[in-house]
Design a protein around this ligand. Structure first.
Ligand SMILES: [Zn+2]
Length: 597
């Protein structure tokens, strides 16, 4: 194997740069801060395990040294040990796997401070609920754990009738005996509905007299007008929007638990992929109070950008689609672990909710029973064209949400109109890119688009996609293999909290594309394990312009590391789902350590 030769070259570069020798031309881009005072050596050396670099040139090394929050050296044990001093801590991994920690390329960090205050009433694999009798004990344990008092709201997330052995909705009357004085709301996994108990109905003013609003659902107790428990859409959304919100202090206090959702999954760069102005204010406060120990990449929603960047342009008078000249200054660098990276421009909804925008109709009726339904865009093309041109013209990175092929066509058209080309290195990220057509892949290449795929859909909604789209279109959901063959840099995300924060499940879904029912959705689009891990590390780093500081175990990069109990590259395929994070390190500091040995 040529690996040995590569490895030697690798270590040589690493140690010389790290020790401040004169090979500056070989330094990675961020190397200015790497050079150590002479005589400084490794703070810690890891060896004795399976060390995966995520670098295509040399996938494995024997040892890694870190110092000052960065990777100091990576290579053979002998060579890495040259960085050792009397103070160096030498850690034997005892066969465990060490690799770069994961980057969630798209998710919603702001859901985390909420979720840590809610009970998980999801079904497997996300949560523990399989039957009606499971709810009350789970909610009772939650009340205890959160210290909730009489009259406090008890909120659960991930409720879904399809997880229940009984196959029917939970009823208010099944919650009432245990929670007569606490309003209970169990939010449906779609976030478009919920089950309420009687105390909750009383609190929101729903009774026999309440009429079902147009576009809404209120299930009734048979033979009466009494709300039975489950409500949806326009009967639910206004209630949810008007729920009493936790105070800022209460939310700030959840930031540690919120970050632990990521840290215990081995993720050290979180995505806040659709940031409202009020959320950014909150995150900035958390950051400035020093409460962030993971990196958060925020993408302000396009319509809220003028409000967000007012501090850079206080006198700006433009409208919601205009951007001041100072706008780019707000983007691209961290302040206390919080960075605005680009602008988020949503263009359609979700495929499973049938609110994406397709060129061809679905095989099943639309969400309101429509025939020949192909969804609709959130904004007309002329609005998208104008808004995106304003962002492109300012040189700000664009992140669009596009699920259906017609929404993707709109982005392609808007980029062409704005004169976008691949050689401009804009790294326009098309989040989801789920229902692409094969002819759109070369267009991505021409425009320098980079897809952030969502292969967990093949597991969670594989059957729905097959029914709605037919097997051929469903097989091309998140087409990672074809996109890689086209030369595109692909990441793969959780869309947390739409799906759980579980990089190993993301990886498994890209490798197997197996549905809940065990069907392989698009066998030709399965990718190998190495590529599936690149989508969670170096490729995700590239999309947020951090490939020079994250994503591989390269000297000079940050010591953002994860230790896993087994090797995702070699373990039996289905065992990928069982891999446990042993420890997560952010810039060399432990941010999560599994307690059980
Ligand atoms: Zn999302």
């Amino acid at each position: 194997m040529t690996d040995a030769i590569d490895r030697r070259r690798f270590i040589k570069t690493g140690v010389t740069t790290a020790l401040g020798a004169a090979v500056t031309s070989q330094l990675p881009a961020c190397s200015g801060t790497v050079t150590l005072p002479s005589g400084t050596g490794a703070e810690r050396v890891y060896h004795g395990g399976n060390i995966v670099t995520m670098d295509d040139g040399h996938r494995h090394v024997e040892a890694v040294a870190i110092a000052g929050g960065k990777i100091l050296a990576a290579g053979s044990l002998d060579e890495v040990m040259q960085t050792r001093t009397g103070a160096t801590e030498v850690i034997d991994l005892r066969g465990k796997t060490l690799m770069p920690s994961f980057i969630d390329s798209h998710g919603h960090f702001m859901n985390a401070p909420q979720i840590v205050r809610w009970a998980n009433v999801s079904g497997p694999p996300v949560g523990p609920v399989t039957r009606i009798a499971d709810f009350v004990p789970i909610l009772q344990a939650h009340v205890k754990q959160q210290g909730l008092k009489r009259g406090d709201w008890i909120i659960g997330y991930g409720y879904d009738r399809s997880n229940l052995a009984e196959g029917r909705e939970l009823l208010a009357s099944e919650l009432d005996p245990a929670f007569p004085d606490n309003p209970v709301m169990l939010i449906h996994s779609s976030n478009h509905g919920a089950v309420l108990n009687s105390a909750a109905f009383a609190k929101v003013g729903y009774s026999e007299q309440t009429k079902t609003p147009p576009g809404g659902v209120i299930n009734r107790v048979p033979g009466t007008q009494k709300p039975a428990g489950f409500i949806m859409e326009t009967a639910f959304l206004p209630i949810f929007a008007n729920m009493p919100q936790p105070s800022e202090t209460e939310l700030l206090d959840t930031l540690d638990a919120a970050q632990q959702i990521y840290a215990r999954a081995g993720v050290t760069t979180c995505s806040e992929g659709a940031t409202h102005a009020k959320d950014l204010k909150f995150l900035r406060k958390g950051a400035d109070e020093g409460r962030l120990y993971l990196d958060i990449v925020s993408l302000p929603l396009i319509l809220e950008v003028p409000a967000l960047i007012r501090e850079y342009a206080p006198d700006f008078k433009g409208g919601p689609m205009d951007l001041p000249d100072e706008a780019p200054k707000a983007f691209g660098s961290y302040r206390n672990r919080l960075k605005l990276q680009g602008v988020k421009a949503p263009t359609d909804g979700s495929p499973q909710g049938k609110t994406a925008f397709w060129t061809q109709p679905l095989l099943t009726p639309g969400p309101g029973g429509e025939t020949n339904w192909r969804g609709q865009p959130l904004f007309p093309p002329e609005v998208v064209n104008k808004a995106l041109k304003a962002v492109f013209d300012k040189g700000i990175q664009v992140f669009t949400h596009a699920n259906g092929d017609a929404a993707i066509d709109m982005i392609i058209d808007a980029a062409r109109l704005a004169g976008v080309r691949a050689d401009q290195d804009r790294r326009t990220v098309i989040i989801h890119s789920q229902c692409m057509r094969p002819d759109q892949l070369p267009k991505y290449a021409e425009l320098g688009f980079s897809p952030s795929f969502f292969t967990m859909h093949t597991f969670f909604w594989g059957e729905e996609h097959t029914a709605n789209l037919g097997p051929e279109r469903a097989a091309f959901i998140s087409p990672m293999k074809s996109a890689i063959a086209q030369g595109l840099v692909c990441s793969n995300h959780t869309d947390f909290s739409v799906c759980p924060m579980d990089p190993m499940r993301v990886m498994w879904s890209a490798v197997t594309r197996r549905s809940r029912a065990g069907t392989v959705i698009g066998p030709d689009e399965r990718i190998d394990r190495w590529e599936s891990l690149k989508a969670l590390t170096i490729n995700a780093a590239w999309q947020i312009r951090e490939e020079d500081r994250k994503g591989t175990l390269t000297p000079g990069k940050l010591a953002d590391l994860v230790i896993l109990d087994s090797d995702p590259l070699t373990v039996e395929t289905d065992k990928i789902l069982d891999i446990q994070v042993v420890e997560t390190l952010k810039e060399g500091k432990s941010v999560y350590r599994r307690t059980a040995a």
